[in-house]
Design a protein around this ligand. Sequence first.
Ligand code: DGJ
Length: 521
Amino acid sequence: MPMKKTIEIKKDEKGFGTLYVNDEPFLILGGELHNSSSSNLQYMEKQVWPRLKELNLNTVLLPVAWENIEKEEGVYDFSLLEELIFQARREKMKLILLWFGLWKNGESTYVPGWVKRDGGRFFRARYKGGELSQTISPLCKNAVKADARAFTVFMKKLKDIDAESQTVLMVQVENEIGFLKSDRDYSKEAEKQFRSNIPEELEKIYGISGTWSEVFQSDAAEMFMAWNYAQAVEYIAAAGKRAYELPMYVNAWLNQFPDRPGNYPSGGPIARNKKIWRNIAKSIDVFAPDIYLSDFEGVCKEYATEGNPLFIPEARRDQVTASNAFYAFGKYGAIGFSPFGIEGLMEDTRQKQDKELLEQLQIDVLAFTSIETGKYLKETYKILKNMQKLYFRFKGTENIHAFMCRNEHERGTIVSLSGCDLELTYRPKGNERPGCAGMIIEENESEFWAVGYNTDIRLLPKKSSHDCITIICLEEGFFDNGKWSSGRVLNGDERSMSGFGQYAEVRHYIYCKETTDEKEG
Ligand code: DGJ
């Protein structure tokens, strides 16, 4: 009997997740397309696939919009989806599909025309003064059912056309959910429910009962939205999974200054809403942050907890993205990383920024500006792709270390290995370069691999020991499909300057330690 094909996320002892395709670990070296690129096949052929060729990606994240597959109620057209999958196979690329259904960035702009026109059946959320928003209310059962129905048909179709080939690895359910410009929905239905007691399910989770305001006080509005969105997403995702069991995730527009719900989509899967989201949306495998903020580490830390695998479906477009990727994989065992607007990453986009749009989306211009970021990212991805066998051999163990300079005052860090300490000194890197970051993989007590950007490395005895650490051999080189191919042996001047520059590099160290206690004889 042929083996059942599987795509699943398994967790290791450290709680890190790994995506497995037929029991083989898979590292998502991804990039997400601009929102409209995948709506046209010719555009994909001319403007997208050729630009992705040299980036060393293995996965493309692209939207599938409800408005394109169910133009008329109950009549489905999957020709675009099928062709996109064929194109991806031809390009030897995996896909992650983003289901732009009821909600995209807090609004309902991707629903079909027949949904937009029927405000009675598909009622919208309202602001405090009663004005209508562009968001279909998550309390609107008709809308959630209609989305779930379309999503189910879509997942069934996906199973038919792709379960064998496994081009599609995961599905994102909706996009940056939540209600914008208001702390909560004030529609008639929402008003009624907000004045009632919290649902029993929440009473159990929080061990308390009462009205929303009594239980959650000043957070009541946001918790109310989180509950309603999480429930809707669960309904939709569970229906889709029944049709085709693929890993599913939701992505978050992160809260930031001024940190008030409505300034970012209220009720979305941000870190502080995790209790409600994780308890209610049980069919969701990963809660994922879109990271445009500068505190990359802080966000990773908030998300890579309590067994939630780290996946970064949208990341900054400036050069630090190339160094951040090493950190996400090295420190938090990320299952994947994916800068946004990947098809434009080889360009200099300084003159093309739409400042007004970025302001609305709360993305700072720098985070969205590529100054040929692709030329750095392609090096990171090339290295990771070729050294992943080594990486997976040690993932989830104490043998993997990562480092990253968080601000200009930080001069370096010490990484403690089993046989020695590493003094990592961050190089002054100037603007328009990747950050100072990388990863160390300890092969054993006297051998390690180092990879990264803009950092010098010195081997020291372990703190409080008087060992003498001697480098036996230091090589530059590269991995080719898991096999180390050495370049120069670095000694003399090159050894004292040993470290990484502005393009990612790999080094192999063999060293020994001798205790300085004198022996008799
Ligand atoms: C975050 C959204 O999730 C993306 O779809 C996109 O709109 C980017 N912001 C910015 O363009």
